[in-house]
Design a protein around this ligand. Sequence first.
Ligand code: FPP
Length: 248
Amino acid sequence: MDIKSQIDLNKLPEHIAVIMDGNGRWAKQFGKVRIFGHKNGVKAVRETTEAAAELGIKYLTMYAFSTENWGRPKEEVNALMTLLVGTIRKEINTLMENKVRLQAIGDLKNLPAKCYKELTEAIEKTKNNDRMTLILALNYSARWEIVEAVKKLTTDAKAGKLDPATVDSALISNALSTGGIPDPELLIRTSGEARISNFLLWQIAYAELYFTETLWPDFRKEHLYEAIVNFQGRERRFGKTSDQLHQN
Ligand code: FPP
């Protein structure tokens, strides 16, 4: 049986998050500069988005640029920003045709002006699309987002708009940049690295983590299917025992 037909369409994760990793190492295999890997990573972004939308996944979040990535060589950062702007421009019609809504999380205002403009225009243009939401994490880090949420909540408390006694998990979830978006049930990281790298720390509390050796530019629809089949074979206990789950 091929891998796609092993997927149970009634048990799909509603939200999948992806840490795209290994572009630099992929380029190195061919003796090329790192940006060659990023350019080839765009095909993997397209394939993953297409496969997720076709299956009926509702939210797909991709870690495209972290707040720590500014520390990379200037040429790489500039090339990544240019690639982002170019990709958004090139893909906007496909997003519209496939009814994919684009959103972004992160410190967007501090992106280069051109990047911010292209991004916000694409977000506005696709805002009524309802098949799937593609969320780009750009200039994002989970600790940055948590700091921002704490600032917002403490400011509200100081202004008398929030009673500290009412602070709960749902309120914190809503104060994050993913407010209103369900938590990812499945987190995929490519390239064999097994760490979270400051991505969605709060939101992945109960996510299943899936690490694959595949380098991001090699990631194709079949790799996504494999991750989903693996996810569906796991028992998600949310702190309960296996027996308790099977009693209900
Ligand atoms: C990690 O590989 C990859 C990135 C930091 C950038 C991901 C960006 C793209 C795939 C470009 C286009 C994206 C969109 C959403 C249009 P790495 O450079 O850390 O690789 P390495 O670990 O092998 O050095």
